[in-house]
Each structure stands twice: as structure tokens, then as C-alpha cells.
Design a protein around this ligand. Structure first.
Ligand SMILES: NC(=O)CC[C@H](N)C(=O)O
Length: 701
């Protein structure tokens, strides 16, 4: 295997700060930096110079095309490639790329989900350069293209993408956080940056088997499949030694990502068989979000090269762990202070206490929105089962930190958080100090020492969704706290009052116990915490008065934008289930039924031969035939029932009721059909069964 030099490879395909410093005139470089650092408007003359340098760099690296790269509201990325080619008057061609082309592009806004923001006749949408996320080269056998991260706006100025709201929310929380820091006497920090580390879970299956399953191809998850004799109960896959074939794939993933400047750091086997994880080092929220999109794309592309298929769905297999994208969120100042780092003496660390209290208060106030940020038809199957957090939002702080906050609230003295030494009972082992908080993987929103880990987020989602909500809701609370802190005579007392108030009114959101337990569901209900078990239940939260007030006050979403996103969520939900229902019907009718009938014919032929020989007992075959026949009839009934309900539901006028009907009427019929088919799978000859089974998909790679 060839040797790679990581330091040379890293960021090779990125027009990053180092390249800009080398290639831009000093004054342009300075001006661009000022724009990025101080959030100023971009000067077109700067764009012209940057465009030229970018083009030269890209062409030197083999690029022939450029594309604005954006994130429309379908949660994926979009690109349209234009070559640098430009004809001259004497019939030759030159390579051109202007400042205008760098800054602005056009795309048909009505061909992407717009939730009514764009009618078909109102086509114009603009992509606008986001200079805070570096341009990069996509390089594969189809060529090299310069990709320019952009936001996507409508002609009338509404955001049509997932990036613009994230950028807005980052500015909003920065402003609120700086207000608090100033009030607490910090005169040095000039910037507060949202940082994100997105852990990506995924499954790998054999490509040929994947191609034989319409459900995986069309819906990303298995709609049929009996449990194999072994699942994940031996707990032998998590962190298990990595098979060579998978290791080879992971190596290529790392190389591809490093070239793109994605700081891929950790790789390991996950809990479920065939499940794995990739985690990068954290980055600025906007860059981390762009990079996570690239991670998902590269995972799928490279899997294909290795004759594998990468499944990003939240619950590709029933009965084993699903996949999340744990979103590690924090706030850091430009002076290097992590605002969620408790430090040595957290009780005297006023900013830590304030930012912690603000998060507690915001998460309790807007638990519905945070839940909504992780709500998809796919994630509904994951939450609340097999090592995934429940659908109830709560915060894990750990006992010591919780105790500290309550002491402060009660005005009592408390010793500093101490780190005990771990007793391991072996003299030769080094003496280690216990961490102040344990980890709690059952919590949807866990404090992990210097950041919060939003574990509820779905593996296939675009992380901007969660971070827009987190930033905005915490910014709102920070502003309220800043009102109280500005002009306070005794800061320590004012902070203690804020902590007391936050705990008194919002302490119910703190839960350090087992989030998987039944008792927690009851306890949460007693505490009045919402439990939205389905996406359709929580979608309306987006257009509640509370949500409209929050987002319009801080100018992250206008009311019109909220409504459009509400429409998209509804559509996305029922379209997903519609495709699933149709796929199930197709598989059941054209694959499973015929296979069962085939097998029955074989058994029946055997019965008739054996009977004609007159000396054999044919009880076993007859019993089998009877069982198969009963199940075949049940299968046919289940197909008919799903078909009828699906036909009725699809005709309902578009809107929330349609989504509700898909959830209430179609999903249960799909469930009933699966139950019969899965039963049949366990008795039909496996050579005849028409689709690869869980045993093959999960254990053969
Ligand atoms: N050990 C783990 O972290 C499992 C996480 C789990 N796969 C989830 O869905 O979130």
C-alpha cells in the first residue's frame, strides 16, 4: 500500500487560507479577511481578484468546470457545472471566471422544494457566494470541478436553502453572547463562534445484494426482513477489529476527506452488525455543516467503488441499532475561551454558569422546536428503540454539575467539583482521576464536559437544521439574561439569581437517569415535558405563535419562511411514506407472492408424487402446505388492505391531514403486511426467497 503524507494531503483540494495568502495580493487578502472576520459586505472588486486567483489555482489542479454548490431544502446538495470556456472574437477560446460568476449564480427556484414560496411561473432563484466557507475541488473519474459554497435565495429575498438560516443564526447568537460577555466584564472577545462536531453513523452492505432490494434502493431502509438467528446481542461488533475490506474502504474515505480539508479523526465499528462511525474534529458550524454534506456524499461514492452500498438511513434494519448524527455543539470566543468549559472553579466561572443556564432555559422553553429539528419519517423508527434516545427532550448534566447549580440556586456554599481517583485494584496501573461527569448515551441532549451533544439528530439529516434552532433559542435567552446583567451592581448575585430562576422554572428539563426506561416516560409526563412520538405531531410547532415570535424577533426566519418550511416538512413526510407503501406493494405483489406460490407448487408436487407412491406419510408436507396457504391468503389480504387505504389516503388534499392519515392509516397497514411476509420468510426455502435476507445483508460483507 502506498505511503501517504497526511500533512501534504490535508486540504490539498481546498482554496483555503494558506492558498489565499500565497495567491492573493496582500491588500485583497486583507480585505477579504476583514469581510469574513468582521462580517462586512463583500466589495465586488475584491471578488474579481479572488475569482481570478481561484480559477488559476483550480485550472492548475486540473479543473475544467466550476459550480455554485448549495443546499436546497431537500436536505441534499445541488450543483450545476459550467466550464471556464469563453470564446474570443478570433475564434479561439480562453479560460474565464469573473467576480460576478463567483458572487452570484442563478437556478430555477421552483424546481426545488420551496413550500409555496415559488410558483412554477416564478422561477428565479439566486445562489450567492458564502465566503466564510472555503471553495474546494471535487475530483473523481468524471473530472475536476471547482465548487463554490453558496446560499440560495428567492427573487424576493427569502431563503430557499438550509445554509442561509444557519449563517443568520450564527450571527444572532454571536451578538447575544457578546452582549452577555460584555456585561460580565469581558472587553477582549470580539467574536463568538458556534462550533460543531458531527459524528456520522452508517451501515455498509454488499452492493449486489443492495441492488436486489427495491426497498433499499427507493427508500433507504428495509421494509421487509425477519430477524436473523443472531442480532447484536453478543455486543461483539462495537469497537471490534475492523475487517480488511471495511478498513480499505475507510482508508480511502479518510484520504478523500482529508484532501477536502475535512478533519476526519475517528473511525470504528458501531453497535449493530455492519454499522460503522466516522467522526471529524469540530469546526465552525457553517464549515462543519458543509463538510458533513461532503462526508455523506463521499461515503456513498467510495462505497460504490468498493462494491459496497452505504446506508445513511436512521433505521435501515429493524431489531438492531439505528444510526444517528450526534451533533456536538459549543460556543467559543476568538480569545480561545470555550463558553461551556466549567474550568477549575465552575461556581466562580460566571460566564459558564450563564451560558449553561441559558441553554437549560432555552431547551425547556423550546423543547418542541428542538424535537422538530430531528423529526423525519425515518427518525420516527429510530427514536426510543435500540440505543437511540427517546422522543422526549431532556438535558443530561451529570449529578455533580446538577448539584452545583442547585447549591447556587439555594445560595448555599459547595466545595469545588473534585476529581476522585479511580480505584482499579491493580497496583501497576496508572492512577487516573475520575471525570466530573459520566457520559449518558440515553439522553437526547447531553452535557459532555465542554459542549452539548444533541444525540437525537438523524444520520441522514442536514445538521444546519438542529443548529439553527439551538443558536436561535439560546440567543433569545442570552438576550434576556443580558438585560438583567447589564447595570447589575453585584454580578455574582445577579448570576446566582439568574441560575435560581432558570432552575425554578426550567429545572424539570434536567434528567440524569436512564432515558430508555418506561419510568422516564411516565416521569416526563408528570413533569409536563412533551413527548412527540411522531413527526406529524410536532410539525405544527414550527408555525406556533411562540415559534413565529422567536424567529421573527431575531430575524432568522420570517413568518413566510416558516410557513414554507412547514409545508415542506409535511410534504416530505407523506411523500416518504407514499414511496415506502408503493415499494412494499410492488415487492409483495411481484416478488414475495410469486416466490411463495412457487414454493407451494414444489411442496404440492412433492405431496402428489408421495401420495401416488402410496407408501409414505405426507403429514409434514401437508401441514406445511396448509400453513403456507393460510399465510398466502393473509398476505393477499394485507396487500389488498394496504392498497385500498393507500389509494384513499393519496387522494386527500395536501396538508397536515394528509400526513396524519399516512401515519394513522397507511403505516399500520404496512406494518401488518410486513408481519405476514416476515413470517413467510422464515418458512419458505431460502433458495427461493426473492430478496437478500437480514443474515446476508448484515453478516456477509
Ligand atoms: N453507542 C452509540 O453511541 C449508539 C448510538 C446509536 N446508534 C444512535 O442511534 O444514536
Amino acid at each position: 500500500m502506498e505511503n501517504i503524507k497526511l500533512s501534504e494531503l490535508f486540504s490539498k483540494n481546498v482554496f483555503d487560507d494558506k492558498v489565499m495568502r500565497e495567491r492573493l495580493p496582500k491588500s485583497t487578502y486583507k480585505q477579504l479577511h476583514k469581510t469574513i472576520d468582521e462580517g462586512l459586505e463583500l466589495d465586488p472588486s475584491v471578488a474579481e481578484v479572488v475569482a481570478n486567483a481561484m480559477k488559476d489555482w483550480a485550472i492548475e489542479h486540473g479543473a475544467t468546470h466550476f459550480t455554485h454548490w448549495f443546499q436546497p431544502m431537500n436536505g441534499r446538495t445541488a450543483e450545476k457545472h459550467d466550464s471556464f470556456l469563453s470564446p474570443t472574437s478570433d475564434g479561439r477560446v480562453i479560460m474565464e471566471f469573473s467576480g460576478k460568476e463567483l458572487i452570484k449564480g442563478e437556478a430555477d427556484g421552483s424546481s426545488f422544494p420551496s413550500g409555496g414560496l415559488r410558483q412554477t411561473f416564478e422561477a428565479r432563484g439566486y445562489t450567492v457566494w458564502d465566503c466564510t466557507s472555503p471553495a474546494f475541488l471535487k475530483e473523481d473519474i468524471s473530472g475536476v470541478a471547482l465548487c463554490i459554497p453558496t446560499v440560495f435565495y428567492s427573487h424576493t429575498g427569502e431563503a430557499l436553502d438550509k445554509k442561509a438560516p444557519l449563517l443568520r443564526s450564527m450571527e444572532v447568537i454571536e451578538e447575544a453572547a457578546l452582549r452577555v460577555l460584555r456585561a460580565l466584564g469581558d472587553t477582549e472577545s470580539k467574536k463568538v463562534i458556534t462550533t460543531i462536531g458531527a459524528e456520522q453513523e452508517y451501515f455498509l452492505v454488499d452492493k449486489r445484494q443492495y441492488q436486489q432490494r427495491k426497498d433499499l434502493i427507493f427508500t433507504g431502509r428495509t421494509l421487509f426482513g425477519a430477524m436473523p438467528p443472531k442480532g447484536q446481542e453478543m455486543e461483539d461488533h462495537y469497537y471490534g477489529s475492523i475487517k480488511e475490506k471495511i478498513g480499505k474502504f475507510m482508508r480511502e474515505i479518510d484520504i478523500e476527506l482529508w484532501k477536502l480539508g475535512v478533519p476526519s479523526k475517528t473511525k470504528h465499528n458501531e453497535v449493530a452488525p455492519a454499522q460503522h462511525e466516522l467522526a471529524p474534529i469540530f469546526a465552525t458550524a457553517n464549515v462543519a455543516s458543509d463538510q458533513n454534506q461532503l462526508v455523506m456524499e463521499v461515503l456513498q461514492k467510495v462505497a460504490n467503488r468498493h462494491d459496497l452500498a452505504c446506508l445513511l438511513h436512521e433505521k435501515p434494519f429493524r431489531g438492531v441499532n439505528g444510526s444517528g448524527k450526534h451533533d456536538n455543539w459549543s460556543l467559543v470566543t476568538d480569545t480561545g475561551i470555550n463558553l461551556f468549559s466549567p474550568g477549575k472553579q465552575p461556581k466562580e466561572n460566571l460566564s459558564f454558569l450563564i451560558f449553561l443556564a441559558a441553554t437549560i432555559e432555552a431547551v425547556d422553553k423550546h423543547a418542541d422546536l428542538l424535537r422538530l429539528s430531528a423529526a423525519t419519517a425515518g427518525n420516527d423508527h429510530r427514536l426510543g428503540g435500540n440505543e437511540a434516545p427517546p422522543a422526549i427532550i431532556s438535558i443530561f448534566l451529570g449529578d455533580q454539575l446538577t448539584e452545583l447549580l442547585y447549591h447556587i440556586a439555594r445560595g448555599e456554599e459547595m466545595d469545588d467539583l473534585t476529581k476522585e481517583v479511580m480505584e482499579m485494584g491493580v497496583a501497576t496501573l496508572p492512577k487516573l482521576k475520575k471525570e466530573v461527569t459520566d457520559r449518558n448515551r440515553t439522553s437526547p441532549f447531553a452535557f459532555t464536559g465542554n459542549k452539548f451533544e444533541f444525540r437525537m439528530f438523524p444520520s441522514s439529516g442536514c445538521i444546519s437544521e438542529a443548529n439553527v434552532i439551538m443558536n436561535t433559542m439560546v440567543a433569545e435567552t442570552l438576550h434576556e439574561f443580558a438585560d438583567k446583567l447589564e447595570g447589575a451592581e453585584d454580578l455574582q448575585k445577579a448570576v446566582n439569581r439568574i441560575v435560581r430562576h432558570a432552575l425554578k422554572n426550567h429545572g424539570r428539563i434536567i434528567f440524569n437517569g436512564n432515558g430508555y426506561s418506561e419510568e422516564w416516560v411516565e416521569e416526563a409526563a408528570r413533569r409536563g415535558l412533551p413527548n412527540y412520538t411522531s413527526t406529524v405531531d410536532v410539525i405544527p410547532a414550527l408555525i406556533s405563535q411562540k415559534s413565529i415570535d422567536l424567529f421573527s424577533k431575531l430575524k432568522v426566519f420570517s413568518e413566510v419562511e416558516l410557513h414554507s418550511r412547514y409545508e415542506i416538512l409535511i410534504e416530505e413526510y407523506y411523500k416518504t411514506i407514499n414511496i415506502e407503501a408503493r415499494t412494499m406493494l410492488s415487492m409483495a405483489k411481484t416478488q414475495i407472492m410469486p416466490a411463495v406460490i412457487n414454493y407451494m407448487t414444489q411442496v404440492a408436487q412433492n405431496v402428489s408424487i408421495m401420495t401416488s407412491l402410496e407408501k409414505f406419510n405426507i403429514d409434514a408436507q401437508s401441514e406445511m402446505l396448509t400453513e403456507l396457504n393460510t399465510l398466502l391468503n393473509s398476505l393477499k389480504r394485507a396487500i389488498d388492505e394496504l392498497e385500498i387505504v393507500h389509494k384513499e389516503t393519496i387522494q386527500i388534499e395536501e396538508g397536515l391531514e394528509k400526513a396524519q392519515a399516512f401515519r394513522n392509516n397507511v403505516l399500520p397497514k404496512m406494518e401488518a403486511l410486513r408481519e405476514v411476509a416476515d413470517k413467510l420468510e422464515t418458512i419458505v426455502d431460502e433458495k427461493i426467497w426473492p430478496i437478500p435476507t437480514y443474515s446476508e445483508l448484515l453478516f456477509r460483507v
